[in-house]
Write a protein that binds this ligand. Structure first.
Ligand SMILES: *Cc1c(COP(=O)(O)O)cnc(C)c1O
Length: 431
């Protein structure tokens, strides 16, 4: 199977982390997000230990919490001694609500509102990654009012075009995030910062995209970012002590996907940084990365009940489930691929070609088209694998469908971490 955390038990049911997923569906209802805690913790540790091995531990791993933001996730990340990044006041508020240390939070966003910046300053977040010149001026003025000096990084577009979906590419000049290198914006921003008294420039940041399987873009980024740090040193006489390379490490959605291991990704990054530092005669900076998908993305799934099997002769068979784009908009957004399994027939061959349809009033509400599953019947439990990242966090109440519950499995036990919404929740804010 896709990941060694998935299995099949003697009943022929799909298991995750040793727990029977069909029983989970019966106990907690469907749709249901199921995440494997040990897998998440292992992912955190793999990144950390790779930096220990290849960079003497002079690194910070920030979990990019937009991939999966809820209280329990911040608790787990904190207990693994990782940092976290947030991209909104809401994510920041959630992290702080469980006592996540503010110093270990990095705050991102291309249009942080004054209220969000105030919350970040008041709660003493460790780093604000400044996206643009307006933000820089606002932040400096606000920090001045509050009598603070905020540590910042500048978000740089390194001009790297990696091979991934257009909607998740973020390194090229035509992108809404950050300061471009090609047109001198980045260096100009540094010049501005150095005139300011209430922001302290500690480093530079880039994030080139998401679900990247190649290693070369990260190696190129290392060279470009160190060269920029050197250029800043020569031009302004300041030595930046941090470079943050963002996230983007791919996970295995399909059997045919071949992601690079975390150990290897980090080894290559560290080597590329060391090489560049030698070339440009620049002292080794502290490194940071911001993996999201690769922390929560792989050993997890969403469970649904099949309600309708509609065969349209010579066209296709629609298998309709009790969820859809409301709990997983990724196929509708960017044709994201998934493996799909009939959880109560997991020991049977997947030889039936189906289109998995959600229950929203949209023809585009599909989870997967022409995918191979076991012969589906009404009442079966359907599992869509690898839904831990960008599913719950992207969920909506479209068609006033309540958002699903989430459970965490660990060592053969399951526990609820997010309650299922009910109809009352849906009208709570209506007047
Ligand atoms: C989305 C994002 C990440 C995480 O990306 P993954 O592909 O999930 O690892 C990290 N940093 C920034 C700035 C992001 O926008």
């Amino acid at each position: 199977m896709l990941n060694n955390r998935f299995g099949v038990n003697e009943k022929g049911n799909l298991t995750l982390g040793g727990v029977d997923t069909v029983e989970l569906a019966n106990t907690y209802g469907t749709p249901l997000y199921v995440m494997d805690e040990n897998d998440i913790r292992n992912n955190c540790r793999e990144f950390k230990s790779a930096f220990d091995k290849y960079y003497g531990g002079n690194a910070r791993v920030y979990f990019a919490s937009k991939a999966f933001s809820c209280k329990e996730m911040y608790r787990i990340v904190e207990s693994e001694m990782l940092c976290t990044d947030v991209v909104s006041g809401g994510e920041l508020y959630t992290a702080l609500s469980v006592g996540f240390p503010a110093e270990k939070i990095g705050f991102h966003g291309n249009n942080k509102t004054p209220e969000e910046l105030a919350l970040a300053l008041d709660s003493n977040v460790g780093r604000i990654i400044v996206d643009n010149i307006y933000e820089l001026h606002n932040l400096n003025a606000m920090a001045k009012d509050k009598n603070k000096v905020q540590k910042i990084l500048l978000r740089i577009k390194p001009g790297i075009d990696c091979h991934t979906h257009d909607y998740v590419k973020t390194g090229q000049i035509d992108c809404k995030f950050g300061f471009a290198l090609e047109n001198g914006e980045a260096v100009k921003a540094v010049e501005e910062v150095l005139k300011m008294e209430n922001v302290e420039l500690v480093g530079i940041h880039c994030h080139i995209g998401s679900q990247i399987f190649e290693t070369q873009p990260f190696v190129d980024a290392a060279d470009i970012m160190v060269a920029l740090a050197k250029n800043i040193k020569d031009t302004f006489g300041i030595t930046l002590s941090e470079i943050n390379f963002g996230g983007g490490y791919g996970v295995k959605y399909l059997e045919t996907d071949k992601p690079v291991s975390k150990d290897e990704s980090i080894r290559l990054l560290c080597e590329a940084v060391k090489t560049a530092c030698e070339t440009y005669e620049f002292p080794l900076p502290a490194l940071s990365i911001e993996p999201g998908r690769s922390i929560v993305g792989d050993a997890n799934l969403t469970l649904y009940k099949i309600g309708v099997v509609k065969n349209i002769e010579n066209v296709r068979t629609y298998v309709s489930i009790d969820g859809g784009m409301g709990d997983n908009p990724r196929y509708a957004l960017y044709n994201a691929e998934y493996e799909v399994v009939v959880a109560n027939k997991a020991d049977k061959p997947r030889d039936f070609v189906a289109t998995i349809a959600g229950k929203c009033c949209e023809s585009g509400d599909l989870i997967q088209e022409h995918t191979k599953i076991q012969t589906p019947e009404v009442g079966d439990t359907l599992a869509v694998l690898t839904t831990g990242a960008y599913n719950y966090s992207m969920a909506s109440n479209y068609n006033r469908i309540p958002r699903p519950a989430a459970v965490m499995v660990k060592d053969g036990e399951a526990r609820l971490i997010i309650k299922r919404e009910n109809y009352e929740d849906l009208i709570l804010k209506d007047i």
